[in-house]
Every structure is written in structure tokens, then in C-alpha cells.
Design a protein around this ligand. Structure first.
Ligand code: HEM
Length: 443
């Protein structure tokens, strides 16, 4: 880890505009320029310290040093994460809520999620056979949107499903590139969140009143009947936010699937390995999550002052961990800017060097509750796409713009001439993955 003393300072009075314009490159470019994995900047008028790398992630996820309450800027919270949910809680309140969410992630329920995803994918692929072209990003967003809602136990009959999927997609869009685009994304994200949460509140109220049946294993039931540390039912608004948190983020995996198809297209032999080597899909999925961008950074506030690497961290200082840059940090990864799935064969499984969905401990900390799900669903999707169908990749613009959050291939990754082979779809539904994934993640 490169650490300069005193901590170098970013130029300019406030760098919020630079952050919006530079997206994923904002922290990595400054780290390179300032030759330090730690630097000071100013965002939204507040002093901030940016850090990157495995050691930096280890302190960032130390609950005794950092808190989340009040850390996330308001517009981001209102659009991307929602108010009152698990992301912004600390201490015992966080543990209690996190336990609620993790109780949804039993091996059986993870298998359910994967089975529903393959079923929805197979249904959708039947339609792709009759289409002149298929935009993978849009289509997988639909597949994962419906999968997540079904898995959560939400009744979809009579619902405008496209509208609900659009709302989910809107909520994960940060914008980026320029101020106008970012502002438009926030406005649209907030409106979609409001509409979606209104729907969820109605469902939770009905379940609580006994007017709607929900299976006890589903997020809808678990959230509706959850009680807080004070013994009272979860506040209705927070309940809607965390019910949404239990399936909305699966939409994020659609961006990784589009990137995964790009990787298959650009790296000869990878598709064949996915088709023939059962263990390869896990390494491939991990490398897609490491190499391609989705979540750029996470923000926290210093809980009480401490010193680290000779630098003083004052109470309440905003600290930002470069997630994307940590996944490509040269101290932890050989040839970090090359796409090499095999690197995961002997990976040491450090909870701090590979943080596409946050780091540290799933139970005590803020690490993503859906990481096991994400890996399982992505693996099955890549296996389905390589084994259960054939397709061509026409000419298109496959560049991706790192200033946009989320980033994605400009074309959305178009395929055509889709034919289902009839091979493997049923096997994929039955192919149990969760024990290994849970074991690895709970270590
Ligand atoms: C590609 C897919 C995904 C990505 C990139 C992603 C990314 C993240 C990130 C960066 C965090 C924040 C970590 C932190 O606060 O330090 C997070 C937290 C979280 N994620 Fe995910 N996530 C994904 C999928 C999912 C799925 C499928 C679910 C649920 C079904 C989920 C549920 C959550 C929850 C509940 C939290 C809050 C955890 C806490 O604060 O304790 N995520 N995720």
C-alpha cells in the first residue's frame, strides 16, 4: 500500500463535480497522480478522506472505527438505498436488522432463487428465438426483476410487471457523466422508489392484517412480522425499504451478466470452458465481479478518532473506500488489469481484497447480504447462456463509459440468431450450488 505523509490533498475547493464527471475513475486516477492510496478531498462541501486497498478495507469495515449513520449524502440515500433501511444502521440496531435479512438466505431459499431465475431465463429465451435481436442488459434486467419479486413472495397477478421492473432499474441508476444526467437520474430514481415503496407498504399492511397470505419463508412475510429490539413491529416505511433491499439489488447482477457476455466474446476459449468445465463458472463469475465496474465506492464516518499509518482520523470525518480500485489493487492481484478467471483457483479468500459487494463480515458488518445469491444466479445464467442456447454477436458498440454509474457496454450487448439447445436447463435448476457458496462466504 502506498501511503504518503502528510496525506496529499486533491486540488480545487470542492470536487463534487469532478466525481460526477469522472465516475469510477475519480479515486483511482487521483491515487495514481498523487502516488498515494490515501488522499484528502472535499465533496458536497464536506472534508473527506479517500482510501483504497486490502489494508484500507480492513479498517473501513472495523465497526469500532466507523459508523454509517449520516454518512451517505441525502440525494444518494433517497434514490439508491432508501431511508431507514439496513444500510444506514449501526451497532445493535444494525445487527438485529441484518439478522432479519440474512434469515431469508437459507440454502433452500438460495436454491429457490436460482431455480426461479433459470425458469424465467428459459421462458424469456423462448421469445428471443423469434426476435431479430436481443439486448441482453434489458432482457436480463427483466429476468432478474421478475425473479427477485417472485422470490420475495410479492403477488404479481394483475400487476404491471414492466412498470415494477422499470422502477427497480431506475433505483440503481446513479447517472454520472455530467450534472444534468446525474440530477435527472436522482429525480427519476426517487419517483420510482416512492411508487415501489407505496406498493410494498400496501402489501405489508395486508399481510399484517391477515388479508394476504405469504409463505413464512419469504421476505414479504419475514419483514411484515419482524419486531425490532424494542419488541415493536418494524416501522412501515423501514419495512418497505428493507423488503425492497431483499430483492432490488439483483438488478445489479444484470450489468455483470452483460459484461460477462462481453468477456466471453472477447476472450476466445472462455465460452467453451463454461460449457465443459463445471468448476469454471464460479471462477468466471468471480472474475467478472472483480474486473468489471458496478459499485465504485462506499462511504462511512469516523465513529471516534483514531490514528492509522501515521494519519489522524478525526471524529465524524467522511471516509470513502475505493471498492473498484481495491478489486484491482496490484498488492493483492497479479496483473490486476487483465481478465483471468483462473486466478480464483488458488485465491486466499481474503474478505478485504475482493470487495465488489463490500467486505468484512456478513453478519456483524455491512457486507452485502445478497452476495451468495448473486454468485449463484450469475453462475447459472452464464451456464444457461453457454450450454442451453446458441447465439451470434453482430457488429455493435461494445465500449463502456467509466464515467457512468452503473457502467455497461454501450449497446447493452446485442445477440441474435438465438436457438435453445434444450440441454441443461432442467439440470441447472437442480444443480445444487448453495452449500459451497454458503460455506465459502460464512468463513
Ligand atoms: C451485482 C449484485 C450486487 C452488488 C454489486 C451489490 C453491492 C453491494 C454493496 C457495495 C453493498 C454495501 C456494502 C457496504 O455497506 O459496505 C451492499 C449491501 C447490501 N446488499 Fe448488495 N449487491 C448486490 C446484490 C445484492 C442482492 C442480490 C441482494 C439481496 C437479495 C443484496 C442485498 C444487500 C443488502 C441488504 C445490503 C446491506 C447490508 C448491510 O448494510 O448490512 N445485494 N451490496
Amino acid at each position: 500500500m502506498k501511503v504518503k505523509n502528510p496525506i496529499p490533498r486533491d486540488k480545487g475547493v470542492d470536487n463534487t463535480l469532478d466525481l460526477m464527471q469522472e465516475g469510477f475513475n475519480f479515486i483511482p486516477d487521483r491515487r495514481k497522480e498523487l502516488e498515494s492510496d490515501i488522499f484528502k478531498t472535499r465533496l458536497l462541501g464536506r472534508k473527506a478522506i479517500c482510501i483504497a486497498g486490502e489494508e484500507a478495507a480492513e479498517i473501513f469495515y472495523d465497526e469500532s472505527k466507523f459508523k454509517r449513520k449520516g454518512a451517505m449524502p441525502k440525494p444518494l440515500k433517497s434514490s439508491l438505498l432508501g431511508e431507514g433501511g439496513v444500510h444506514g444502521l449501526d451497532g445493535e440496531d444494525h445487527r438485529q436488522r441484518k439478522r432479519m435479512i440474512l434469515s431469508m438466505m437459507t440454502p433452500e431459499r438460495l436454491e429457490d432463487m436460482k431455480r426461479i431465475a433459470v425458469e424465467e431465463l428459459d421462458k424469456r429465451a423462448a421469445e428471443w428465438e423469434n426476435q431479430s435481436e436481443v439486448v441482453i442488459l434489458d432482457e436480463i434486467q427483466k429476468v432478474f426483476g421478475v425473479t427477485g419479486m417472485r422470490w420475495a413472495g410479492l403477488p404479481l397477478e394483475g400487476e404491471d410487471i414492466e412498470q415494477r421492473v422499470d422502477e427497480l432499474v431506475d433505483m440503481v441508476d446513479f447517472g454520472g457523466s455530467d450534472v444534468a444526467r446525474t440530477a435527472a437520474s436522482f429525480t427519476s430514481g426517487m419517483a420510482s422508489r416512492k411508487s415501489h415503496e407505496k406498493w410494498l407498504k400496501q402489501l405489508i399492511k395486508k399481510v399484517r392484517a391477515g388479508k394476504l397470505d405469504a409463505h413464512p419463508s419469504t421476505p414479504l412475510y419475514i419483514v411484515a412480522h419482524h419486531t425490532e429490539n424494542d419488541g415493536k413491529p418494524l416501522d412501515l416505511h423501514a419495512a418497505a425499504v428493507d423488503l425492497n433491499n431483499a430483492y432490488r439489488p439483483l438488478i445489479a447482477a444484470a450489468y455483470f451478466v452483460a459484461f460477462g457476455l462481453l468477456a466471453i466474446h472477447e476472450h476466445p476459449g472462455v465460452g467453451e470452458k463454461l460449457k465443459t468445465d463445471k468448476s469454471y463458472s464460479k471462477m468466471f463469475t468471480q472474475e467478472v465481479r472483480r474486473y468489471y465496474p458496478f459499485a465504485p465506492a462506499m462511504v462511512a464516518k469516523v465513529k471516534r478518532k483514531f490514528e492509522w499509518k501515521g494519519h489522524k482520523f478525526k471524529k465524524n470525518r467522511m471516509v470513502i473506500l475505493d471498492l473498484f480500485g481495491t478489486n484491482r489493487h496490484p498488492d493483492a492481484w497479479e496483473d490486476p488489469d487483465e481478465f483471468k478467471p483462473e486466478r480464483f483457483r488458488d485465491w486466499d479468500e481474503s474478505p478485504f481484497s475482493f470487495v465488489p459487494q463490500g467486505g468484512g463480515d456478513f453478519y456483524a458488518g455491512h457486507r452485502c447480504a445478497g452476495e451468495w445469491l448473486t454468485v449463484m444466479v450469475m453462475r447459472s445464467t452464464f451456464e444457461y447462456i453457454t450450454k442451453s442456447m446458441t447465439y451470434d454477436v453482430p457488429e455493435q458498440d461494445l465500449e463502456y463509459d467509466m464515467t457512468k454509474i452503473p457502467a455497461f457496454p454501450k449497446s447493452g450487448f446485442i445477440i441474435n440468431n438465438v436457438k435453445r439447445t434444450g440441454v441443461a436447463a432442467e439440470d441447472l435448476k437442480l444443480d445444487e450450488q448453495s452449500p459451497t457458496v454458503v460455506k465459502h462466504s460464512a468463513e
